[in-house]
Design a protein around this ligand. Sequence first.
Ligand SMILES: Cc1cc2nc3c(=O)[nH]c(=O)nc-3n(C[C@H](O)[C@H](O)[C@H](O)COP(=O)(O)OP(=O)(O)OC[C@H]3O[C@@H](n4cnc5c(N)ncnc54)[C@H](O)[C@@H]3O)c2cc1C
Ligand SMILES: *[C@@H]1O[C@H](CO)[C@@H](O)[C@H](O)[C@H]1NC(C)=O
Ligand SMILES: *[C@@H]1O[C@H](CO)[C@@H](O)[C@H](O)[C@H]1NC(C)=O
Ligand SMILES: *[C@@H]1O[C@H](CO)[C@@H](O)[C@H](O)[C@H]1NC(C)=O
Ligand SMILES: *[C@@H]1O[C@H](CO)[C@@H](O)[C@H](O)[C@H]1NC(C)=O
Length: 723
Amino acid sequence: MKVAGIKYFALALSFANLALAKTLSPRSSSYYVDTHGAYAPYVANNYDMLSCALQISSTVTFCTSSSYDCFCGNEYALATMVGCIHYGKGSKFHVSHALKKKCKATGYDLSNDDMADAYYNYTTYGKTKAEIPGFSIAAITTVPFILNGTQTMLYRKTYGHYMRNLDNSLFYGSGMIAFWVVIFFLEATSFWSKKLFPRLVKKFTGPISMYWRKYVTLPATLQRKRHQPMTVFGIPYGMMPSRKESIVVFFWIALVFFCNSHDIYYTVGDVTLTSKRVAYLKYITDRSGITGTTLMPLLILFSARNNFFSSVTGINYNSFMVYHRWVSRIAFILIAVHSLTYYLYYLEQWSYYRQQRYMQYGIAGTLAMGVMCIQGFMYLRRNWYEIFLFVHIGLGCVAIAGGWIHVDTLGYKWFYYAATAVWCFDRGIRIIRLALFGVRKAEVTLMANETIRVVVKKPFYWPMIPGGHGFIYFFRPTYCWQSHPFTYVESFNQNTLGSIEMYMKVKGGMTHSLYKLLSKAPNKSKSIWVSIEGPYGETTPASRYDTAVFIAGGNGIPGIFHEAGALADPESKQRIHLHWVIPNLKTLSWFYEPLKALRNTNIEATIHITRPHDLDGLEEFEGLVEDDESGTEKKGSDSESFVTESAIVYRIQSSLPHVKFSFTKPDTDALVNDEIAEAPGSICFVSCCNPIMVDDIRYACCNALPANIGKRIDYFEQLQVWA
Ligand SMILES: Cc1cc2nc3c(=O)[nH]c(=O)nc-3n(C[C@H](O)[C@H](O)[C@H](O)COP(=O)(O)OP(=O)(O)OC[C@H]3O[C@@H](n4cnc5c(N)ncnc54)[C@H](O)[C@@H]3O)c2cc1C
Ligand SMILES: *[C@@H]1O[C@H](CO)[C@@H](O)[C@H](O)[C@H]1NC(C)=O
Ligand SMILES: *[C@@H]1O[C@H](CO)[C@@H](O)[C@H](O)[C@H]1NC(C)=O
Ligand SMILES: *[C@@H]1O[C@H](CO)[C@@H](O)[C@H](O)[C@H]1NC(C)=O
Ligand SMILES: *[C@@H]1O[C@H](CO)[C@@H](O)[C@H](O)[C@H]1NC(C)=O
């Protein structure tokens, strides 16, 4: 009974899905008794009745048309029907009830007595084929007919299997979705217990918790790489998920495999699917088409910016992107298998089916999904992000519309309603978010020739989420339709209090267009109308740890700084360390002011300069660092220039007395281990650097676990790379 167990497990878990499928499907009023309509709206108790209807229709004729009008209204047909459903062992109450219900819906209100009469007539007057002189299927029979019992059992078994496959496919699909409900539940439990019972979580420092985190939740799938792309011939083709994500995806795919192969077999003598080949083709095409369709709402949900489950479970957008990709790939494979097997099943009548509307839309949808899988290829995505996005959305519409029209006459439209609803909901919330922020004038400045600072006043009701991000729109003709994610920080400048600041690294797309615009502008600054869609993202639970270590690299600083700043409290006993790794001093110039503001906080900041001899762009500090020694010999000959420059370096350092400077590339392992050794109690690391360093920190934290049993060490990543 293992099989039944699994089925009921899926059944129980997919409660919501089922309830909806059941209420929305025309349960007992319309279903197909033919072998072509791939739709059995959860008919359960009717299987035996349907097999009898099919067997009677193909053996004997009672009326001019063989419908329930005949089965319920013609006394011989009814007697035959009742006799047929009562054939064999076991209680026939449910089947009998199903028949009465069906007859009632057809316009014949039969009582229990009528049914008993019919059965009496069948047993008393019934005749077999051999007993009717000159019997012919073409002639109208006027006596209850006793069917061949062996055949009745075969009809029940094989036609029942055929119908059950349609129904069960819905359950199998629901089981594939229920899997995610379980994952969400587990993630939410861990997420909320960290938030609500931080003390309890901190007690989980024993070997079991350590091994669980060292081998499952923390590491990258293999070795180190999580954020560095995997490459072939130097072409990036994908990112390796974290180990936890890989495990989740692995088990899900195993479940998908089970759900699409279980209970698919051929019975010798099958009454509708008359050969092994035909049976397999039909079962597989029905199963994969239905289970593939159930995934549609899910794969849209996973790609939505406004995903309710993200805030409930704490799973970030990055992980959802990993799941989005895998669910989509699997959905495509299922739909492609469906299309191919359908084609082979109807190969002989292909010229007819080819012209059917539902067929053409089905093909269009399948092809769109296939192209989406290819155009989402990392190399294309990375290099032409906007084109990728535009094409992806367009093809997504084609896939949804194609699938929708394809199943229009069947009951599976519901899944397309859901998919469309999720998509529209996301878009709607995005528009509301934009409207709430409004269109505002931002002061946009190119700083140090490498970073664009955006300062914009935010509405008072707009919540700041330390470590969160927003998608910014610049209302300029050539890129107003683009939205790019950036972390932000609350303004420290007295003149712009209540504003948010973004620090955008100049790259090749929209940021480059802004760069060209600003480098020509007076004072390299311009006011531009902008809007920000947000806030998105989550603050890491760093406040719950005795020591919080924040590590940022280059332009990763704003979010990290914001989070660290939000924790700063001279009264608290928490130790907060902030490390910022930058290539050269010039980079410091655009984040100089916020750093200065750290002076009276309990944040211990260290700036690591990896190329200390690169003294380019020191003029950026002019006007920032107070000229306490009144820059006397500022302009001198070449020989003096070095002295002058080191004097500036010295002045920069002394104007930030609360900040430690290190003039080497930090050794990630040593940094992590030193911090852990120094930490008196629990410690967490929060990082947002370049992919290599982020991967290194994760790796170092992971390796530090065994030697530190008894100390809670956690690692959080603020770096999100989904492109
Ligand atoms: C949550 C988050 C927070 C970020 N915070 C910052 C920050 O504070 N400072 C900062 O300098 N950068 C930040 N980034 C990176 C920033 O979004 C990209 O650098 C920017 O979108 C590049 O714009 P572009 O048109 O000039 O890029 P391109 O030169 O066209 O592309 C450069 C890279 O950015 C990726 N990219 C382009 N557009 C998008 C997009 N709309 N969404 C996601 N990725 C995209 C591309 O795939 C490519 O890998 C953040 C990214 C994310 C996901
Ligand atoms: C049973 O047979 C009798 C006599 O042939 C007929 O009058 C009656 O309608 C039948 N009952 C049912 C329920 O068909
Ligand atoms: C009933 O059907 C079986 C299988 O098709 C056949 O072998 C058997 O001869 C049939 N019985 C009668 C009485 O026709
Ligand atoms: C600014 O940077 C660009 C490349 O990013 C470079 O070509 C240009 O010369 C730089 N300008 C100055 C003034 O340093
Ligand atoms: C440029 O900046 C200087 C000093 O901050 C200011 O005096 C000047 O008016 C600015 N020029 C423009 C065109 O905004």
